[in-house]
Write a protein that binds this ligand. Structure first.
Ligand code: CA
Length: 308
């Protein structure tokens, strides 16, 4: 088993001025974070969590590693919230998925009201339980799902990364079947687009992750786009685990994609995922410099031979 096609997109939506969501798309690891807090603290919280998640070292495997990783993200956000008065009380949701290609399993870690879904055949299944006030009221039978869907306090979450010194992380492991398509998404999608519509869009996209994430963002914006919308999609397919395949050439080796959304305005296009270390930009600048140097050397050679 191996990770197949992947895609991720984050959009400010139509009402918010800033994008407080962040994601990591670094196969076989995927994550999403939806920050909250005063002023710009929500953005800071999700960005700190995403960078802590992306900086994992060594080989991750299984639920316990996933839980540890989310705990490390919690520590980073919490420490900053304690040290920086402007960031006091900030927090973020975190939902992560780690594909273990050898065993053909997917480990999920989850805190908050972002969601993980699995599309298998013609079924869409919500894998995570929302840690939100309304979801708890629904679970205890005090609200119907319909009442919850437009409850004024539906965005109140009962568990967050970064608000306490440590956090309780839900973790579980699923057996993957070839063809499974997994989604991680923020509530800016799921408040606007229901499960049936997500499945309909997956069919319309021919189960292509890239097309699907774009379609889902468009659908959420058509429905109002009241919040930031982020979707990460990946498929699990038949094949040799990446570890046993020959190493890709350095040029083909992808940088982990971490999207951070500092300064997104409503007039700006959706932020393009940026490379964590900025090596993409630096690499392009170096290549340009090398081309210029070669051209200069050639010109010098021509000038020198003409003068002779
Ligand atoms: Ca949100």
């Amino acid at each position: 088993m191996r990770t197949g096609r992947t895609a991720a997109v984050s959009d400010t939506g139509r009402r918010r001025l800033r994008n407080e969501d962040a994601f990591v798309c670094d196969p076989p690891f995927f994550a999403i974070a939806d920050g909250m807090g005063g002023a710009q603290a929500g953005e800071l919280a999700s960005r700190l969590a995403a960078s802590a998640l992306a900086e994992r070292t060594g080989r991750l495997r299984g639920e316990s590693d996933v839980a540890e990783l989310v705990q490390a993200a919690n520590e980073r956000v919490y420490r900053r919230a304690v040290e920086d008065p402007a960031a006091a009380g900030m927090g973020t949701t975190v939902t992560v998925a780690l594909v273990d290609e050898e065993s053909g399993t997917v480990a999920i870690g989850h805190v908050g009201d972002s969601r993980a879904y699995r599309i298998r055949g013609d079924r869409l299944e919500q894998l995570t339980a929302d840690h939100s006030l309304v979801a708890e009221l629904v679970r205890s039978g005090r609200l119907t799902p319909e009442q919850a869907a437009d409850h004024p306090h539906r965005s109140v979450i009962t568990r967050a990364v970064g608000t306490e010194p440590s956090v309780e992380v839900d973790t579980f492991t699923l057996e993957a079947v070839a063809g499974d398509l997994f989604l991680l998404c923020s509530d800016g999608l799921t408040d606007m687009v229901d499960d049936d519509e997500i499945l309909a869009q997956a069919d319309a996209a021919g189960r292509d992750p890239q097309q699907l994430v774009r379609r889902l963002v468009d659908a959420a914006n058509r429905a109002g786009g009241v919040d930031n919308i982020t979707v990460v999609a990946f498929e699990v397919v038949e094949g040799e685990p990446a570890e046993q395949r020959p190493e890709p050439a350095p040029a083909a080796a992808g940088e982990p994609t971490v999207a951070e959304h500092a300064g997104d305005g409503p007039e700006q296009p959706p932020a393009a995922p940026v490379s964590r270390r900025g090596a993409g930009k630096g690499g392009r600048a170096l290549a340009l410099l090398a081309v210029l140097a070669v051209l200069a050397a050639a010109a010098l050679l021509v000038w020198w031979s003409v003068r002779r």
